[in-house]
Design a protein around this ligand. Structure first.
Ligand code: NAD
Length: 226
């Protein structure tokens, strides 16, 4: 038997956002039925970022993703989040595949946001607020567009270049994007936060009742967005 090696381009060619949303929804369902194994992540925390191991087993497969989060990486020409995934056969432990998981992480995280919007946001949600306009904001938007009608994006980022690039991305998808101050961005149907902040940035008094929040960024000890 040979272990399959999959590059980022090969992984990209194999799965769409629509398929990822279906897969993530099914994974959540099986986990809720105790038909999946997913122990807590193991973290290695450093001064300027962290690495995590994320093991899981579901539907006759097992695997572990090894992924980092280093917020200052874009300034060094690297993504903030990069990953590799090893897929194993649980019956023998054989490593079936080793694949680039940077794209997969972006897609999967976006898809989880999409599943949350599908089941938890108001059905007529159309105004989306984005706090943080980096890579993950794009995947959250792509997923949102699969599950509802995104009429307007209001966006805020401390980095004005990131805001501008996000607007270009929105417009490439035919979605209007307006830059607003933080408080006004929070006045929306669905609020998506994708920053590496370690201090709360969204205040509860800015968020109207019934607003759905996808808080994505605070994924490690010491991080907080709300
Ligand atoms: N929950 C998950 O499964 C998951 C998955 C992937 C990424 N993440 C996390 O999401 C966060 C963003 O990841 P990314 O890949 O989009 O990173 P990124 O570096 O591409 O984008 C982050 C953006 O946030 C902006 N930002 C930083 N502080 C801000 C603040 N106080 N207010 C407004 N904007 C601010 C930055 O300028 C940048 O544009 C990270 O913390 C990452 O670890 C979580």
């Amino acid at each position: 038997m040979e272990t399959l090696l999959l590059s980022a381009e090969e992984v990209k060619s194999l799965i769409t956002m629509e398929e990822a949303i279906d897969a993530v929804e099914e994974a959540f369902r099986l986990y809720a039925l105790s038909k999946a194994l997913m122990p807590p992540k193991v973290y290695l925390c450093f001064e300027n970022g962290d690495l995590r191991a994320m093991p899981a087993s579901i539907m006759g497969y097992a695997g572990v993703k090894w992924v980092n989060s280093h917020p200052e990486n874009p300034g060094r020409g690297l993504p903030s989040v990069m990953a590799v995934l090893v897929l194993n056969d649980p019956s023998t432990g054989f490593p079936l595949a080793v694949m680039d998981a940077t794209f997969l992480t972006s897609l999967r995280t976006g898809a989880a946001g999409g599943v949350a919007i599908k089941h938890l946001a108001r059905k007529n949600s159309e105004i989306f607020g984005f706090v943080g306009c980096g890579k993950q904001a794009r995947y959250q938007l792509l997923a949102a567009m699969e599950v509802c009608n995104v009429e307007l994006v209001k966006a805020y980022d401390v980095n004005k270049r990131a805001e501008e690039k996000f607007r270009e991305f929105c417009e490439s998808l035919g979605v209007e994007c307006k830059f607003k101050e933080l408080e006004k961005v929070c006045d929306c149907d669905v609020l998506v936060t994708t920053t590496p902040s370690t201090k709360p940035i969204v205040k509860s008094k800015w968020v109207a009742e019934g607003t759905h929040i996808n808080a994505i960024g605070a994924d490690a000890p010491g991080k907080q967005e709300l």
